[in-house]
Design a binder for this molecule. Structure first.
Ligand SMILES: [Zn+2]
Length: 106
């Protein structure tokens, strides 16, 4: 059991408490269950998955482009557009997770 400092009165309180025993201040990190369930290693794992998805999408896009798809090759062009969209989404996702990690670690 670790002790944390209350931001309101600086009282040492157990990190398992939902509010300060001295002044009753409710710790904000306990009010959002999503923030509690996602610890740092889970965020890192999500970030890694985002990066892998980003690299994989980029590779698919490069491979499709490298195979010189013709205009009538709808399948290759479709695959290319899907991989570009996947790249953009996974990049945005990785940045979002990275931002969450920055917020968490100050
Ligand atoms: Zn307090």
């Amino acid at each position: 059991m670790a002790l944390i400092s209350c931001p309101e009165c600086s009282e040492q309180v157990s990190d398992t408490s939902e509010n300060c025993i001295k002044c009753g201040f409710v710790f904000p990190r306990k009010s959002n269950p999503v923030e509690i369930t996602l610890n740092n290693s889970e965020l890192k794992s999500q970030y890694t998955k985002g990066i892998i998805a980003m690299v994989a999408s980029a590779l698919v896009a490069i491979l499709v482009l490298g195979s010189n798809p013709r205009d009538e090759n709808v399948l290759a062009l479709g695959l290319f557009f899907i991989s570009v969209i996947g790249f953009v989404v996974s990049t945005a996702y990785s940045i979002w997770v990275k931002f969450k990690m920055w917020q968490r670690n100050g």
